[in-house]
Design a protein around this ligand. Structure first.
Ligand SMILES: [Zn+2]
Length: 302
């Protein structure tokens, strides 16, 4: 037995291969988490994601194949703040994987790394349909939060796979370096965006707004997750006329007819922006996603 082990090591060394090691199996709820997890985990992890970038992350269909992925996973990374409340427990219950339950080693609520905004104060009436009862879960559209997310993956992967710590550490630093370089590249675009009034459909653009300095003067939704009523649309039209907002920002999966209606009455332009990695062609990773959103918005506001 001993001899065979030594032989295996010698053969592996002779072939220039690292001794076989189990990769961490990571499942994420969204493509954004997936992409940042891959950047930090590199070849030491395998990763899959449940939602696609073109889907509304509040409403993902809990397919049986996802249960199978979760059954053997080491890490379940999710956005948190109730973003996945409609489908996550169904999948985790089906997976029966104690590592992924609250308190388990692989239960990774990524929102705990974030300074959350839009946290409701006072009594919240859930019957009013607000889908952000714990605060705004769309934090990944601020690169500073991308860094926080990467650092959280670094900590979790190092905890579960201590031998990989140096690799995870180097990967995380490379991610931050690339993000910093990417940000430098769009400084002129940010200058065209800063201070400009805009309207957004969902509060998903609030973190992005804080980062870019665009001024969101109204939301198409009266509350997050509640479709616009006729009276609310009138107030949006009034806000656009009062502020001179030139664009209405929305995700590809919302009803564009409503935005077009407001655009016709105000002269504003409807700007469909991808909120997640892979949401539209040309957004294969986190850097390209942010790049596309910043450049498209800057072009529309110039
Ligand atoms: Zn939302």
């Amino acid at each position: 037995m001993m001899v065979r082990t030594i032989m295996t090591v010698l053969v592996a060394a002779a072939l220039g291969a690292a001794p076989a090691q189990a990769q961490l199996k990571v499942v994420t709820s969204t493509t954004d988490l997936y992409d940042i997890a891959k950047a930090v985990g590199g070849t030491r992890i395998t990763a899959t994601h449940i939602g696609e970038g073109y889907q509304d992350p509040h409403f993902i269909e809990a397919k049986p194949s996802f249960v199978l992925q979760l059954r053997n996973a080491d890490v379940w990374a999710f956005v948190g703040l109730d973003l996945e409340i409609g489908w996550m427990s169904l999948l985790l219950d089906g997976a029966r994987n104690p590592r992924l339950n609250p308190g388990g080693s692989g239960y990774l609520d990524v929102s705990r790394a974030i300074a959350v905004i839009d946290v409701p104060t006072g009594n919240l009436d859930r019957s009013q349909g607000d889908v952000h009862p714990l605060g705004n879960p769309h934090y990944w559209l601020d690169p500073e939060n991308g860094r926080r997310m990467a650092k959280l993956f670094l900590a979790k992967f190092s905890e579960l796979d201590p031998k990989g710590t140096a690799v995870y550490d180097a990967n995380e630093k490379a991610f931050e370096d690339k993000l910093g370089a990417t940000e430098k590249g769009w400084a002129a675009d940010l200058a065209s965006i800063r201070g400009k009034p805009v309207v957004a459909w969902h509060t998903s653009w609030h973190y992005f707004g804080q980062y870019t300095g665009m001024k969101i003067v109204a939301y198409m939704e009266p509350k997050p997750g509640v479709p616009p009523s006729p009276s609310h649309l009138l107030s949006v039209v009034a806000a656009i006329k009062a502020s001179g907002a030139k664009v209405i920002i929305m995700e590809p999966f919302y009803d564009k007819k409503m935005s077009d209606l407001v655009a016709r009455q105000t002269g504003a332009t409807v700007l469909v922006l991808p909120p997640s990695v892979g949401g539209v062609p040309g957004t294969p990773d986190y850097f390209m996603l942010l790049q596309k959103d910043v450049s498209m918005l800057a072009a529309a506001l110039r």
